[in-house]
Design a protein around this ligand. Structure first.
Ligand code: SF4
Ligand code: SF4
Length: 201
């Protein structure tokens, strides 16, 4: 489950970001993710949608592209992580990769992601949100690797729709709709945040 990292952490851990556009961007995307999580959790709970315990095949086969704010939020969380050095090494090693496994994938971790709280939007939405059907209706497709559960027979009118969240994210202040390969973009943002750190010292 998503656990909210209180932004007060900025004061103690990353106080050099205070008052910068990076701090504002991090706060904005965190608020957005919190809303996404609440809506997806309510939908999944109501419809009984969940992945089989132990499955992480999507992360083994996929490496997401990320937008500016998704990347900044990942970089910020990686710098707070106890596994920071390992994650940065993995990101560097995956710079030439074209496909999965995602460098953040960790089969031994319960959530299979070394940065689960900061995972990109597509990782939150995949197999737990709807997409538009031919006639504009919302449709839900269970992941084909999920053989333990079945999706809803009928999609409720208020079901969360992937494209709606995507549009909302693009429209967040300072965000863009140009996505870039996760390892390269996140490494650049780690360097950017570390640059602010050096300025403070
Ligand atoms: S960022 Fe995390 S959740 Fe997303 S593909 Fe990578 S390991 Fe999986
Ligand atoms: S979305 Fe599919 S591949 Fe990914 S964890 Fe769930 S069942 Fe497994």
């Amino acid at each position: 489950m998503y656990s909210y990292i209180p932004m007060e952490n900025i004061a103690s851990d990353l106080d050099y970001l205070k008052g910068t556009s990076i701090e504002r961007n991090i706060r904005n995307i965190e608020d957005f993710y919190r809303d996404v999580n609440e809506k997806l959790s309510a939908f999944s709970l109501k419809e009984g949608i969940r992945c089989p315990t132990g499955c992480g095949m999507c992360c083994e086969r996929f490496l997401p592209d990320v937008s500016k704010l998704e990347s900044l939020y990942l970089a910020y969380n990686i710098l707070l992580s106890e596994r920071k050095t390992e994650i940065i090494r993995r990101l560097n090693e995956s710079k030439e990769q074209k496909n999965g496994p995602c460098p953040l994938y960790d089969g031994d971790n319960d959530f299979h992601c070394m940065c689960y709280d900061a995972r990109p939007l597509i990782c939150r939405l995949f197999a737990s949100s709807c997409f538009p059907g031919k006639n504009g209706e919302s449709k839900f497709a269970l992941c084909h690797l999920n053989t333990d559960f079945k999706g809803p027979d009928k999609v409720p009118a208020d079901a969360p729709v992937m494209g709606v969240f995507g549009q909302r994210m693009i429209c967040l202040e300072d965000n863009d709709n140009i996505t870039e390969f996760l390892p390269l973009r996140v490494l650049k943002d780690i360097s950017l945040i570390e640059f602010y750190s050096r300025l403070k010292k």
